[in-house]
Design a protein around this ligand. Structure first.
Ligand SMILES: O=C(O)CCC(=O)C(=O)O
Ligand SMILES: [Fe+2]
Length: 286
């Protein structure tokens, strides 16, 4: 399989496309508590933390995420909601819709695009209309199944990562449509790939491709992550599927150590040796 992003249309994903109305979801799942992000802004900002973590009964979350003005709210009658499902023990376990939402899992079939033994997690996602999740990368290959609601997706090739002002797995450029180019001048060099997903569409997001999503309508999605590399490459304690593969994580730690070590030198020497290091790294890039 060619590992480039693609939108798959007209794939049979089961009964979910007809069944998953807000009412049906609430009825099937009931009132089990779910962790959510709540914000008065549509653009979640992980730098300035413009959102709260809260817990709601699932039925209540669905009702609120499907409406635009709320009579019950945390911050404001027009607040926005985002749910990303978690594992049984969120610090250790990965999300698996078959375990946390068995009443819904029966309605969705993901195609046999990868062998079950490479399965990593399946994440149930609910979003208010308008909500935009920050640009980030995941370390697994991913099928994002947009069951209900239109969604805009923006993707960037992994080779553009140096223009993305990364902070761990997230980009500090929060508004990729109107970026602050004084603060992020290199971002202009990044190529944006965009698409709109309709209800029932599937987006293939290969590992390391940066992406962000904006829900144009109340959105219900399930995404499935699976391993592309050998199992032993991945961090065993990675509930979100965003920890860098072992060799990458180790190399990044060495780099931080190297930078700290160079600090012992006066500026002109540090610059000289930094440039030598950059040349060595440059040589390894294919
Ligand atoms: O659809 C979303 O809200 C985010 C999806 C995402 O980041 C993913 O599937 O990896
Ligand atoms: Fe993602």
């Amino acid at each position: 399989m060619k590992r480039v992003p693609a939108v798959l249309k007209n794939v049979n994903i089961g009964k979910c496309t007809e069944r998953w109305t807000a009412e049906y979801l609430a009825e099937q799942v009931g009132n089990q508590p779910v962790k959510i992000h709540v914000s008065t802004s549509t653009k979640l900002d992980f730098v300035n933390k413009n959102f709260l973590y809260r817990t709601l009964p699932f039925g209540e979350l669905i009702a609120r995420a499907a409406e635009e003005k709320h009579s019950n709210y945390f911050l404001d009658e027009k607040e926005f909601y985002y749910m990303r499902s978690l594992g049984d023990d969120p610090r250790k376990d990965v999300a698996d819709i078959r375990r946390q939402f068995p009443g819904l899992a029966k309605d969705i079939t993901y195609s046999d695009i990868f062998p079950e033994k490479q399965f990593f997690s399946s994440v149930f996602r609910i979003a208010s209309k308008g909500l935009c999740l920050w640009t980030h990368y995941d370390v697994m290959d991913n099928l994002l199944i947009q069951v209900k609601g239109k969604k805009n997706a923006v993707l960037f090739h992994p080779n553009d990562v140096s223009y993305m002002y990364m902070n761990g797995d997230k980009s500090e450029v929060l508004d990729v449509e109107n970026p602050d180019l004084e603060k992020y001048p290199e971002f202009i060099k990044a190529t944006k790939y965009t698409c709109t997903l309709d209800s029932g569409d599937i987006l293939f997001i290969p590992a390391l491709w940066l992406h962000n999503m904006t829900s144009l309508e109340f959105g219900v999605a399930v995404n499935v992550f699976w391993r592309h590399l050998e199992e032993n490459m991945y961090d065993k304690k990675d509930p979100y599927g965003n920890k860098d593969p072992h060799p990458a994580a180790t190399a990044l730690t060495f780099l931080e150590k190297a930078l700290k070590t160079l600090k012992q030198l006066p500026d002109d020497y540090r610059t000289f040796y930094s440039k030598r290091m950059i040349s060595r790294i440059q040589d390894t890039i294919s």
